[in-house]
Design a protein around this ligand. Sequence first.
Ligand code: PMT
Length: 405
Amino acid sequence: MMTLQGRRVLVAITGGIAAYKCVELVRRLKDRQAQVRVLMTESAQAFVGPLTFQAVSGEPVHTELLDPAAEQGMGHIELARWAEFMLVAPATANHMARLAQGFADDLLGAVWLAHAGQKIIAPAMNQQMWRAPAVQRNAAVLQGDEVLILGPASGAQACGDVGPGRMLEPADLLAQLEALCFRKDLHGLKVVVTAGPTRERLDPVRYISNFSSGKMGYAVAEAFAERGADVDLVSGPVQLSTPVGVRRIDVESAGEMHKEVMLLASFADVFVATAAVADFRVDAVAAQKIKKDASGLQLNLVPNTDILADVASLSEECRPFVVGFAAETQQVQHFGRDKLERKRLDMIACNDVSAPGLGFGSDRNALWLLWKDGSCQLAEASKKHLARQLVDHILEQRTRQGVHD
Ligand code: PMT
């Protein structure tokens, strides 16, 4: 799907070492057939020459506030009106401050003020600078002005420090821009998604869990959010960042997940249970670390409440459209259909978690979707791609099974 095709993106580059990554970003935008123009501040030109960006964008690069070549010498207004998206990348601490205050004494500041489309910044700076209260204040002001802040990422920095402050990679920025371009046809739809594993404590230092990374559930939450749905993501402990536009509620155990989901589910239109919820917990968590004993350790496990089944049992007037997942290692469709019927679900997405490279932890998966009188197979693909297809099928079945807005 070419979501960026024909979209008008203005990439404004300020003076940071990450400016070189924008060459790749502009190239990738052009590959997606976006229309791209580039603006550079004076300090950005110390890092990469305008000719490089002219070559990759195929357009002259804008560097001057008063442009004698532009109609009426008002190049900044024309440029601001032309752009649908204005992305400042890398956004230095200095330029964040200037944009937050509304300075218009250079081309970037003037175009920023005159631009009525979506404004986005991708900060890049030293980790201590990023943490500085003044920078955080400016970030909050920009967010209050409805500027979308993408990143920064954490990791090793050009100055040798490690921490938050790296500009997002071009591929990540591109994915976020693509998400913004999706049709926003799900405004008003309330969705609750569970994701990740749960942890069931044994004692203060040990727990029972599983290999879920949360990738599938986060992709589902993102796929709904990018179309404008109102998404709550109830997440077990994972190492993923929250998708744009998603409200995330962090939980640890199945009991906590159950509590948070039940608070939300009766107000939701759709519930998708992607989480790998631990089926058992110990009957009593030890207050102190359990001591090693040569005779071994006996655990008394009791079943956790089934969150999905509880949501599916809500009374008709407050029951959402309920979608479960089934992680199977054999007879995938057979066991999936059994869960669909037993838990009284509207749909179930079954995956073979024994298939190499798919399922738990992987970026890829393959699904069988089952509902009362039908099924369909979603061939192996990235979890993000599958999640978008899944959303389409959920909406179709929800309409077909008689739920109308
Ligand atoms: O997180 P990833 O690394 O991306 O991996 C994705 C995944 C393999 C975890 C995902 O695709 C998946 O299959 N999720 C469901 C895992 C699971 O627990 O399956 P199950 O067959 O044991 O449970 C069936 C359904 O009941 C699931 O929707 C589960 O969320 C739900 N359940 C189970 C137990 C419980 N106490 N409460 C529940 O809600």
